[in-house]
Design a protein around this ligand. Structure first.
Ligand code: SF4
Ligand code: SF4
Length: 441
């Protein structure tokens, strides 16, 4: 019997490849009116999705059609920036085969790729506070995730590789498909190595990425590696301690509310006002009878508020801290309002990416990172058992076993949310630990 789409996706170990890592077989196990491929790639410097859409247009639309059919959607939409001309041309050349599919062209603003922003841009529906796109009948998925879905359904391929951009202070910025489990250091070497002595690596985009060590490994959720000199303003911002951030907020916030003016969730009508939450270090409260620290749960940590603030304060870090502290105290989000409409001047408050790149101090690194085919063979990989949202996968192999590339190494724990893990190279299992599985070619 032919396998269902969700069974194929589950078997293949597909998770949200844009960084979220949510198991795709769970996401696709739903009914929806719209399926949107989020091709905005709004994080500056990343170049994966725009090139995949241009190079794999046929497969991408084929994968989208499979998902649309599976969830019973009326339409499938590829939402991409209008500036991705090669991708637009390639997709348009194939669209005539798919009457239910269309493109939606987004402006060049940040965060165009926030999934709630994409949903609003494409459908004019607003995801409720604390909600997900499915609450308004929409499934949002990622470009590489859809390509993986196509490969799983059509050729029974399991997830063994990841597309990443390696850029910043490297000799030759590239985008490439690499085996899961190679080290970050090996990935940097593919881009000709680092060009500065003391450096820090950001995993993901400059806005929502986190620092990563050269000895960490490439997982299913790594989308970009950005190398920056130690002491770069972006690194200082990411590594600034919470008490430092609160001291600065206490002394320098002038309550101008520029942070709230640009906040993408506030502009969708959510009750998130970072200029009020940042009052907490000064006054121990928000000084507003309408809201409380719980409103911090509505923050998606896009960090745009920091770059709107003329005092370089970090409302997002305040919100992140509040969420952690509330979580530790067992307090959950109770805000689930469904806004009737977005903010009146939302269109005029969209933050241009060019301005953001300048404010981030990244103009000199805003370079092409062309897709390259690798001819290098990797001899050693380490595959973490948790590369996804949910419980770690459970190993089905033991030390000394021989495995082929694509073979199942670890499976979803019984009855748990999770994802299967497969061998990214052929070789021998040299270690199985609670953290992961090491393979040697
Ligand atoms: S933009 Fe900066 S100074 Fe203005 S209210 Fe927000 S945190 Fe305070
Ligand atoms: S990080 Fe700042 S701008 Fe982004 S959602 Fe949170 S409060 Fe709004």
């Amino acid at each position: 019997m032919e396998k269902s789409l969700t069974a194929s996706v589950e078997q293949a170990g597909i998770v949200g490849a844009g960084g979220a890592g949510f198991p795709s077989h769970v996401k696709y196990n739903a009914k929806a009116e719209y399926v949107i491929i989020n091709g905005a790639e709004c994080e500056p410097l990343l170049r994966v999705d725009q090139q995949l859409m241009a190079q794999e247009a046929e497969k991408l639309l084929g994968g989208l059609q499979l998902i649309v059919d599976h969830v019973g959607a009326a339409e499938g939409i590829v939402a991409l920036k209008a500036k991705y001309h090669d991708a637009e041309d390639a997709l348009k050349a194939q669209l005539h085969k798919y009457p239910k599919l269309r493109l939606y062209l987004l402006g060049n603003f940040y965060p165009a790729g926030d999934e709630q922003v994409v949903v609003y841009e494409v459908t004019r529906r607003i995801v409720p506070e604390g909600g997900i796109p499915l609450n308004v009948g929409v499934i949002v998925t990622n470009v590489e995730t859809v390509l993986n879905t196509y490969d799983a359904c059509v050729s029974q391929q399991n997830v063994t590789d990841k597309y990443i951009t390696v850029t910043g202070a490297v000799a030759k910025p590239i985008t490439a498909q690499v085996p899961l489990g190679i080290t970050v250091r090996e990935a940097l070497e593919l881009a000709g190595g680092v060009t500065v002595k003391d450096y820090v690596i950001v995993n993901g985009g400059p806005m929502m990425g986190k620092t990563i060590s050269p000895e960490d490994v490439i997982t299913k959720t790594v989308k970009g590696l950005i190398v920056l000199p130690a002491g770069h303003p972006l690194i200082n911002s990411l590594t600034k301690g919470v008490s430092h951030m609160m001291r600065e907020a206490k002394t320098a916030c002038m309550h101008c509310s520029l942070c709230t003016e640009v906040c993408p969730r506030n502009l969708l009508g959510h009750r998130l006002e970072p200029h009020k939450l940042i009052r907490i270090p000064s006054y121990g409260k928000i000084c507003d009878g309408q809201s409380s620290a719980i409103n911090a749960f509505l923050c998606c940590e896009c960090r745009l508020c920091e770059y709107a603030c003329i005092q370089d304060l970090q409302p997002w870090k305040m919100n992140s801290t509040l969420k952690k502290e509330l979580g530790k105290a067992g307090i959950k989000n109770t805000l689930h309002n469904q806004p009737e409409k977005a903010a009146a001047f939302r269109e005029y408050k969209k933050f241009p990416v060019a301005k953001l790149v300048t404010k981030l101090g990244l103009s000199s690194y805003d370079q092409p990172a062309p897709m390259v085919a690798l001819d290098k063979e990797f001899k050693n990989v380490f595959l973490p058992l948790r590369q996804h949202v949910g419980a770690p996968a459970e190993s089905v192999v033991k030390e000394g076993d021989s495995v082929d590339r694509g073979q199942l190494l670890a499976k979803i724990s019984e009855g748990k949310l999770g994802s299967n893990i497969h061998a990214s190279i052929s070789g021998t299992v040299t270690a199985v630990t609670a953290e992961g599985i090491r393979l040697q070619a």
